[in-house]
Design a protein around this ligand. Sequence first.
Ligand code: DUC
Ligand code: ZN
Ligand code: ZN
Length: 467
Amino acid sequence: MIDLIIKNAKVATASDLFICDIGVDKEKIVFLEKNSSKVAKRTIDAKNQYVLPGGVDGHCHLDQRTKDGTEMSDNFESGSRSAAFGGTTTIMPFAIQFKGESLRKIIDEYHTRANDQSYIDYTFHPIISDASSKVIGQELPAMVKDGYTHFKIYMTYEDLQLNDREILDTLEAAGREKAVVMIHAENYECLKWLTEKLEAEGKTDPVHHSDSRPGVVESEATNRAIALSRITKTPILFVHVSDREAIETIRNAQNKGYKIYAETCPQYLFLKRDDLKKGNFEGAKYICSPPPRDPENQKYVWNGIQNGTFDILSSDHAPFNFKGDKGKMINGDKTPFKNIPNGVPGLETRLPLLFSEGVLGKKISINKFVEVTSTNPAKIYGLYPKKGTISIGSDADIVIWDTGLEKKIKNSDLHHDTDYTPYEGMTVKCWPGTVISRGNVVVENGKLLGKKGFGKFLKSEISNYVY
Ligand code: DUC
Ligand code: ZN
Ligand code: ZN
């Protein structure tokens, strides 16, 4: 007898929509059949419910080391728990390298942070901030061989940024090894110059974070990174793309046939610049980089999902508490925007927001939803078809969705350890009902049934996207 059958499932993948029974045994999907007569230890009837592959969140930050005295409010336990409640069954947090550190050492350290903590499967994106010849000539190739096939680099932040020459060196090495390079594109000199001018005028409130990083700061860096990608003939993936001109620049490059990929995030669909103006320092809750833009800009982000400019929608969950002296209020409730840690929480709300407004709001198809939230991140980061689809032989990472609801998002109902959500009060019309990771029910009827430590580290294959 097999472990589980999900009957009458309305299954959506990135390409198809069909009704069938899903058989699960020993953590895998073993059959997809209409009106199956087989029996299992457990049967779930999913009649009239969408049954989708578990979400793959290709970008989140958990228990990430910082240098400024702040501390992330979610670790691998609370972050993975929250992700599971939101219908995500694979997460990809970052392992950050500071200058002078060995990549291998930091990966070992992040394994220690994640070991026996996660409810769901995970992989790491190493962040390369030290592009020394040893790191990119020796460590990077060895790490790709060991299953770390995707890396992030920054064009901004004093401690993290690579200059153009270092980016060229890194891209060349990554291209040789067939690694995926994710790029945070913002022009550091420009935003630093703008920040200094704002400070000189006494403009240090949260909303001025947005003035220090106007769209052109992002689009200039985007354009330059595309040039560096072309020079080295190495594909790149832009993370957390927000700005209309940056989107157009990416679209143009894609139209010319360059291998340029892009990710956006819910904060650029649902949050706006005016949120940063909220009084009593509340605006700090919305500080992330790039910053939320104006409502007109949101239309371009939706359009970029619709027309395929964006391959991926990730949460970029970068959690810092609003209160206390380790988060947004590191220097009290007058903390100048320059010192406010960047990032918003969103692991749990990513899928319900996009399903509700995108699919149920008829902006995107159910297939597009699966594509950008599960299948593409699995493909691009070398985990497909183990993850990211419902097919025979894939891991049984499955979400049965409840629709037809009216649910107000409240932080007190979420399962992260962060003391706020920027989506407080927004209404969604769906929520994951049953969340299954490798055949095991992790969440059902709002209850956590999964076990801490069940989640395993996943080695990534070389992605087809970089050939
Ligand atoms: N980049 C991220 O990817 N996340 C949070 C902040 C940032 O700059
Ligand atoms: Zn970034
Ligand atoms: Zn991020």
